[in-house]
Design a protein around this ligand. Structure first.
Ligand code: NAD
Length: 288
């Protein structure tokens, strides 16, 4: 057991503070004669979880003074119809950020759609140009969830420099960009995935362990070094309807120096970082 008292990283609070700062920056920009930043979110089909995410994004925009346009298209929308909507948004000067809510219906090719979004308006940072920029470290838009993790660590006074950061998961939207952002911040990184040998042993060497797997209870106490920082990106729905992360929280928390809970850890940061990217797209000064 660690002698330290575990500090719980309160993402809900950190996100609320950041969103208040974002609102101030937007208001100041408009007071100075600047244009209101605008975000367009496209939702294709009726997926209930996606509808909730889109509603939350819309609400978050309204709260900070960002103009929000939600474009709901039927499941039957063809790829060409969707591409035409994106093209018109690319050319709409009221819209600075464009986001297509994933997943898309099966008859639409996700990559073709992402590629069609102007890289300058791609606030999810999924466009290959923006992925490349994240690789080089010279980027305007960082992918929202990994950027949210970096923000949480910084806001909690956790430095990544020189630390061994182990990321479990190698997806394009979480694991890979997470590793890149940590690398740029001076960490030594290891990316683990479903083929990793001796996963528990690798994780036990982590000063900072980030789990983005999508399996409840996956990270157990025997995988965590005493005093490690544990960041839980996972969002899993339990049979009783409750949300849980990847980390077996009750057994891991006593060993960790810092830990993010689920819900209320990384989750609330993702939308805050989307707002940050929308401000960046509109060339508005970003808050700390
Ligand atoms: P994904 O399914 O694309 O990737 C999961 C990764 O876990 C894969 O790279 C896979 O190799 C790895 N993995 C699977 N089984 C493993 C095993 N037994 N051992 C080691 N690695 C294993 O998922 P994703 O989109 O990266 O999301 C991961 C989790 O994060 C999900 O629970 C998702 O809901 C959540 N998520 C949360 C946010 C947020 O805002 N907090 C945002 C995006 C995703």
């Amino acid at each position: 057991m660690s002698d330290n008292v575990t500090k719980i990283i309160n993402g809900k609070e950190i996100s609320a503070t950041l969103r208040a700062k974002i609102a101030q920056k937007v208001a100041a920009h408009i007071d100075n004669g600047g244009q209101r930043p605008g975000l367009a979110v496209i939702l294709v089909g009726e997926d209930p979880a996606s509808a909730v995410y889109v509603r939350n994004k819309h609400k978050a925009c309204e709260e900070v003074g960002v103009y929000s346009e939600v474009i709901k298209l039927p499941e039957s929308t063809t790829q060409n119809e969707l591409l035409a909507v994106i093209d018109s948004l690319n050319n709409n000067s009221d819209i600075h950020g464009i986001l297509v809510q994933l997943p898309l219906p099966k008859h639409i090719d996700k990559q073709t759609v992402i590629n069609a979004i102007s890289a300058d308006k791609d606030v999810d940072a999924f466009h290959p140009v923006n992925i490349g920029k994240v690789m080089t470290g010279d980027y305007k838009f960082a992918p929202c969830t990994p950027a949210g993790v970096m923000y949480l660590l910084k806001a909690s006074g956790v430095s990544t420099e020189g630390k061994h950061c182990v990321v479990i998961g190698r997806s394009d939207i979480v694991g890979k960009p997470m590793a890149m952002l940590m690398l740029h911040s001076g960490a030594t990184i290891t990316v683990c995935h479903s083929r990793t040998r001796d996963l528990a042993g690798v994780c036990r060497d982590a000063d900072i362990l980030v789990s983005a797997v999508g399996k409840a209870g996956f990270v157990t106490a025997d995988m965590v070094k005493d005093g490690a920082v544990v960041v839980d990106v996972g969002i899993n729905r339990l049979p009783d309807g409750k949300l849980a992360g990847d980390v077996a929280y009750d057994e891991v928390a006593p060993k960790a120096s810092y830990i993010t809970p689920v819900p209320g850890g990384v989750g609330p940061m993702t939308i805050a970082m989307l707002l940050m990217n929308t401000l960046a797209a509109a060339d508005i000064e970003l808050p700390d």
